[in-house]
Ligand binder design. Structure first.
Ligand SMILES: Cc1cc2nc3c(=O)[nH]c(=O)nc-3n(C[C@H](O)[C@H](O)[C@H](O)COP(=O)(O)OP(=O)(O)OC[C@H]3O[C@@H](n4cnc5c(N)ncnc54)[C@H](O)[C@@H]3O)c2cc1C
Length: 244
């Protein structure tokens, strides 16, 4: 992790206590696809990252080098010319997020879409759970006890699920037995403009811990591909490394 490392470690300070809990799952994000210029434009030196600036040059019919285009990306952001950021579309596969997080994330409606695992068509018998971070509790013993209580609830939910399932109750009713910590997975389709908006709301300290942790992880993923489109947010939202 390069960005928001301190913040992530702080949220995940009890991660070691979670690893052996009943069906614990931690979040993971994998890049599946990203908009890439076709050969004709790759040959001209256009990259995934410089696509926004390259296409924005239409407005003045200007030309620029790779470095000029990175600089222009940063200018577009400063000027609030956000539309060219839509040039870069990402597909990520996300696992180990809770239904609670999904509920918050799907409130972001513009420039984003998902295909989540169905709880009607897929049985929950082998499903997992996202345990709370409890980063605000200092006592290791207390956290251990709290995790045990969550574990009991999760086991209980699975027991009832399996029992009613064998009595013929359908998945669509059985899913109502599950707590919001129930894990899900999704493919997400989004673009750099929409992601910038998401980061502004969810990297902020006021965001809830799970979606903020998720935003930190996703931020690192997009920074591997097109840093000039996102790096200002690391400074704005207080990453120590970025502001050094
Ligand atoms: C810290 C925090 C706490 C929150 N707490 C709550 C809560 O208690 N209860 C709750 O219900 N929600 C809550 N939310 C969710 C919040 O209200 C938004 O629904 C969510 O953050 C998505 O933001 P958005 O609408 O800007 O995103 P998007 O839907 O992606 O919209 C992006 C932008 O497009 C424009 N836009 C979108 N739709 C319209 C429209 N219909 N008309 C005009 N312009 C539009 C707006 O400029 C908007 O900012 C919370 C969010 C945060 C970050």
């Amino acid at each position: 992790m390069k960005y928001f490392d301190k913040e992530l470690k702080s949220i995940d300070k009890w991660k070691d206590l979670r690893c052996d809990l009943f069906r614990n799952e931690e979040p993971e994000i994998k890049l599946v696809a990203v908009t890439t210029p076709v050969e004709e434009f790759l040959d001209k030196g256009i990259t995934i990252e410089t696509l926004p600036a390259f296409t924005a040059r239409q407005s003045h019919e200007s030309k620029g080098t790779y470095t000029d285009d990175l600089r222009l990306n940063r200018r577009l952001i400063e000027w609030g010319h956000d539309t060219p950021m839509q040039a870069v579309q990402f597909v990520y596969h996300v696992t180990g997020i809770s239904k609670s997080l999904a509920g918050q994330w799907t409130r972001h409606k513009i420039g984003i879409g998902w295909t989540f695992r169905s709880t009607r068509y897929v049985k929950a018998s082998s499903n997992t759970f996202v345990y709370p971070a409890l980063e605000y509790i200092d006592s290791r013993d207390d956290v251990g006890k709290i995790y045990k209580a969550y574990e009991e609830e999760h086991r209980h939910a699975m027991d009832v699920y399996d029992r009613l399932s064998s009595n013929g109750v359908k998945n669509q009713e059985l899913r109502r037995l599950m707590p919001v910590g129930w894990a899900t997975s999704t493919y997400v389709y989004t673009n750099a403009r929409s992601l910038r908006h998401f980061f502004k709301l969810r990297l902020a300290r006021g965001a809830e811990w799970e979606i903020r942790r998720f935003a930190y992880i996703l931020f690192n993923k997009v920074m591997e591909i097109c840093p000039s489109l996102f790096e200002d947010l690391a400074i704005a939202y207080g990453d120590q490394k970025a502001s050094e």
